[in-house]
Design a protein around this ligand. Sequence first.
Ligand SMILES: NC(=O)c1ccc[n+]([C@@H]2O[C@H](COP(=O)([O-])OP(=O)(O)OC[C@H]3O[C@@H](n4cnc5c(N)ncnc54)[C@H](OP(=O)(O)O)[C@@H]3O)[C@@H](O)[C@H]2O)c1
Length: 165
Amino acid sequence: MKISVIVVVDQNGAIGLNNGLLCHLPADLKHFKEKTTGKTIIMGRKTYESLPSGALPNRENIVLTSNSDASYGNVKCFDSLEKIFEYCKDKEEVFIIGGGGVYEQTFPYADKLYLTIINHKFPKADTYFPSVNPVEWIETDRKDFNADERNKFDFSFVELERKKV
Ligand SMILES: NC(=O)c1ccc[n+]([C@@H]2O[C@H](COP(=O)([O-])OP(=O)(O)OC[C@H]3O[C@@H](n4cnc5c(N)ncnc54)[C@H](OP(=O)(O)O)[C@@H]3O)[C@@H](O)[C@H]2O)c1
């Protein structure tokens, strides 16, 4: 099982405020959909609750929550990461999609990182992505984009792979 992490960060590594994203970046939503459609996505309960229409379509949605009675439509719930990884062990690739707490716990196991970097520092944020040690990761792809009428900030899609030791 390949563990991929997908996240949009600002220049400080911030990812969220008040259980929501820092800004609306339609190009990143499209990018996220392209990368994750047809795949298994794993998220924390708070991120699930932040989704406007519940489970994301055309993907297997997995939610991590300590509430073993939790039940949401079109979602599999697990009460530990170990159970999720056991359930997913024969899958080709799974995507960790947040939020902060789940990134923190899973990033040490990640093989691949799909990073969207917004070329801006949001003055207010309450959730951050773990720091990415450049010694451990190699950049394999980067596409830079200028702001336009729909996307208010410059941004980059960056792909990194964990270096083999
Ligand atoms: N920028 C991005 O790409 C991105 C992506 C996703 C989310 N976000 C943002 O991140 C923020 C949410 O992040 P967050 O850290 O507050 O919440 P989160 O990671 O989405 O969810 C946390 C919840 O997950 C459950 N959980 C976490 N670890 C667990 C474990 N080991 N065992 C059992 N349950 C566990 C707990 O649920 P229970 O309390 O039910 O037990 C916990 O309260 C929001 O602002 C969201 O918009 C940003």
